[in-house]
Design a protein around this ligand. Structure first.
Ligand SMILES: [Zn+2]
Length: 163
């Protein structure tokens, strides 16, 4: 799913354990894989190279398209963290809040995926294998309107259930 959805869902599960920011981070991290297991839409990343024969060989190439992709992913992540803070009204100091750590935890597996692309060592290899294994094999990429809409609805559901 997009990082914004992961951040909001991560913050939502972390808010089930409001006084425990570290557990909130772990809960957000774990939630990432449950979300990825649901068929979903992705935005295009021009620097991404998906190897259909061996997904463990997939990569993000640091070419001329990468800065724009990084900008897209950065906006996506910041939007998600901003929405998480907005929806869950952080009252504790930011760096201690379950909301913030849950949101960051929700995004973190995709950041680790990027680290794996550039540094293929354990435990990142096993994590990448798991990430790919649990990731839905069918996607909603062919639905450019319904796909993003479904993620907005999903994020709102997470907020409504927890708040
Ligand atoms: Zn993922």
């Amino acid at each position: 799913m997009i990082l914004a959805t992961h951040a909001v869902a991560g913050a939502a599960v972390a808010n089930l354990l409001p006084g425990h920011p570290v557990l909130g981070f772990v809960a957000g991290f774990v939630s990432h894989f449950f979300l990825d297991a649901i068929p979903h839409w992705h935005y295009a990343l021009l620097s991404s190279r998906h190897d259909h024969n061996d997904p463990m060989n997939s990569d993000i190439i640091l070419n001329k398209d990468f800065p724009l992709d990084l900008f897209k992913m950065g906006c996506d992540a910041i939007l998600g963290i901003g929405l998480a803070v907005l929806f869950f009204h952080v009252s504790t100091p930011y760096f201690l809040s379950a909301t913030l750590l849950g949101a960051v935890g929700g995004i973190f597996p995709d950041a680790l995926q990027f680290v794996y692309f550039k540094w293929r060592h354990e435990p990142l290899v096993s994590l990448q294998r798991f990430h790919h294994w649990i990731h839905a094999k069918e996607s909603l990429d062919q639905y450019p309107v319904f796909g993003p809409f479904a993620q907005v609805v999903f994020g709102l559901l997470c907020v409504l259930i927890v708040r």
